[in-house]
Design a protein around this ligand. Structure first.
Ligand SMILES: *[C@@H]1O[C@H](CO)[C@@H](O)[C@H](O)[C@H]1NC(C)=O
Ligand SMILES: *[C@@H]1O[C@H](CO)[C@@H](O)[C@H](O)[C@H]1NC(C)=O
Ligand SMILES: *[C@@H]1O[C@H](CO)[C@@H](O)[C@H](O)[C@H]1NC(C)=O
Ligand SMILES: *[C@@H]1O[C@H](CO)[C@@H](O)[C@H](O)[C@H]1NC(C)=O
Ligand SMILES: *[C@@H]1O[C@H](CO)[C@@H](O)[C@H](O)[C@H]1NC(C)=O
Ligand SMILES: *[C@@H]1O[C@H](CO)[C@@H](O)[C@H](O)[C@H]1NC(C)=O
Length: 209
């Protein structure tokens, strides 16, 4: 009897001791996103995605892989089939990662943009993807709004024909701006009325470019 109570107590203590560990060790979405943000700062984007390339260098992407703030406001507009924040975040993640992969594909093995920057950035995206999928398990039952579904269809279409030329830097510029808009909770600014989702607020603000 005493023994079993003892065991029970030990069991409870075990749980109590484990709890804080679980909470602390839980990978945090914002922590990984902030690591990505740090690596996407303006200096680094300019150095590795612009200065390291020939002038006016472009790569080919699908039209749907151009994902900007304007796309977000347009997609978010319709009230017939309201979006979930998640629909846009899923797109952001896939498109951003795809953009990085496309640039990596054209870079020679020893190119400094690859070795000093993009490989690392891609790893950060992989890590984020893991946490993100773990925290937002997909609802297989849910029917996506048609306009989102159409985008996915074209994004993943193997026989896609409509290619667009973009600069490597623009891929990460768009990735950066849309990230701040779509994951506001991680990047909220207390000090002013900056709205990361507003194109206008970006046009002449110097501090967040
Ligand atoms: C961007 O990060 C680099 C390296 O960490 C740092 O030297 C630079 O000052 C940062 N630039 C901006 C604009 O924050
Ligand atoms: C790069 O593009 C700009 C604008 O399209 C053009 O004015 C410039 O001549 C181009 N530079 C080179 C070196 O091709
Ligand atoms: C974003 O808008 C451009 C045209 O402005 C379009 O070509 C592209 O497909 C849109 N991207 C997405 C993901 O809807
Ligand atoms: C989309 O629209 C909803 C409702 O108007 C709004 O609450 C939300 O902030 C918008 N999301 C984005 C990313 O603009
Ligand atoms: C951002 O835009 C809103 C309206 O579009 C404006 O009220 C606000 O002052 C702007 N903030 C900055 C920092 O430009
Ligand atoms: C941004 O530029 C627009 C016009 O280009 C101007 O009307 C607005 O006052 C500027 N906003 C800030 C915060 O400088």
């Amino acid at each position: 009897m005493v023994q079993s109570e003892c065991r029970l107590l030990r069991g409870l203590l075990g749980i109590i001791c484990l709890l804080p560990v679980c909470i602390c060790a839980e990978p945090d979405l914002c922590v990984s996103l902030k690591a990505i943000r740090t690596n996407l700062n303006a200096t680094l984007r300019r150095r590795f995605m612009k200065m390291n390339f020939p002038i006016n260098y472009t790569i080919q992407v699908h039209y749907e892989e151009v994902f900007r703030l304007r796309n977000i406001s347009r997609l978010n507009m319709s009230i017939d089939e309201p979006l979930q924040q998640r629909d846009l975040q899923d797109l952001w993640l896939w498109i951003s990662h795809q953009g990085i992969k496309r640039v990596l594909r054209v870079l020679p093995e020893r190119h400094p943009t690859r070795t000093k920057y993009l490989s690392n950035l891609e790893n950060l995206f992989r890590r984020f993807e893991e946490v993100y999928n773990q925290k937002n398990p997909r609802d297989e039952e849910r029917v996506l709004p048609e306009r989102i579904d159409n985008i996915w269809e074209r994004l993943t279409d193997q026989d896609y024909e409509g290619w667009k030329s973009v600069t490597p830097k623009s891929i990460l510029d768009n990735c950066y701006r849309t990230m701040l808009c779509l994951f506001k909770e991680c990047f909220s600014k207390e000090d002013d009325n900056y709205d990361y989702c507003k194109v206008l607020n970006w046009s002449n603000g110097t501090k967040t470019t």
